[in-house]
Design a protein around this ligand. Structure first.
Ligand code: NAP
Length: 261
């Protein structure tokens, strides 16, 4: 299937590591132009160099998305360079454990880290998305619908991303801008690896027990499997899909628990 992304421009936040990196590569593989917006420096330059060496048009804009000025700059720089924006993948974020015991400041900081920039980028990109009849993909999390414990700020942010997916899908109907969300559950990424290694005395045992609870094939979802859904949602091949929450998790959230016990 040709996803018809050739020469279309897509912003991917956090697009040089983990799920974001896989989405960047997925866009590039389909002939699209990925613009990575992230604060990770070395790894981003390496990825852009690699893609450009392969003849792929790719660009990076560095900055912390928690600063409003960096969101505005990312859109301005992309528009100046390419003259168009066909989609936004809101992906940057992390489960920072700002739970009920951590207090109001940690909660606010977590919302700033995980939520505001999802709105800010779309706000600044809106004129270009109207022009291109673009697509927005919000990377949320299973935590939005299951809870996890000890992570109020992240859960609130991920839940708000699902609400905004429906809200924006409704508001942007007149412009044929589609808005969808993907909810990963367990995907091995640099962040996930760090969490396992820093949280548990026996990370390997913990990983094995998590994997055992994933119904389909008792394995984690790969970042590429999340990216495949994201790239499809960015493309006009999903032209009549909007306001949807896509749960790409091997049945982790919804299938009968007896299947894994
Ligand atoms: P990752 O490996 O840490 O990659 C995220 C990238 O985003 C990193 O390069 C990170 O930079 C960047 N980033 C984070 N906050 C940023 C900010 N404020 N400004 C600019 N760049 C920022 O994470 P991942 O596991 O791929 O997660 C990607 C998304 O999927 C997140 O929204 C996460 O909540 C969601 N998710 C992941 C899983 C999973 O199992 N992995 C499950 C559910 C949901 P630094 O390295 O400098 O932090």
């Amino acid at each position: 299937m040709d996803l018809q992304l050739k020469d279309k421009v897509f912003i991917v936040t956090g697009g040089s590591k983990g799920i974001g990196e896989a989405i960047t590569r997925g866009i590039a593989a389909e002939g699209g132009i990925p613009v990575i917006v992230t604060r990770s420096k070395g790894v981003t330059q390496d990825l852009v160099d690699e893609l450009q060496a392969a003849g792929i048009n790719a660009h990076a804009i560095l900055g912390d998305l928690q600063e409003l000025g960096n969101c505005e700059k990312a859109i301005r720089e992309t528009a100046e360079k390419y003259g168009r924006i066909d989609g936004i993948v809101n992906n940057a974020g992390m489960n920072d454990g700002a739970g009920l015991e951590k207090g109001p400041e940690a909660f606010r900081a977590s919302i700033n880290l995980n939520l505001y920039h999802y709105y800010d980028l779309v706000y600044y990109a809106l004129p270009y998305l109207k022009e291109s009849k673009g697509s927005i993909v919000n990377i949320s999390s299973k935590v939005a619908i299951t809870g996890q414990g000890g992570t109020s700020g992240y859960a609130a942010s991920k839940g708000a991303q699902l609400a905004l997916t429906r809200e924006w899908a409704a508001e942007l109907l007149p412009y044929s801008i589609r808005v969808n969300a993907i909810l990963p559950a367990e995907v091995m990424t640099p962040l996930y690896r760090k969490w396992l290694d820093n949280t548990f005395d026996d990370p390997a045992a913990q990983e094995a027990s998590i994997v055992a609870n994933i119904p389909l094939e008792k394995r984690m979802t790969t970042a590429e499997e999340i990216a495949n859904m994201a790239v499809f949602l960015l493309s006009k091949r999903s032209a009549h899909t909007t306001g949807q929450w896509m749960i790409v998790d091997g049945g982790y959230v919804h299938l009968d628990r007896s299947l894994t016990t």
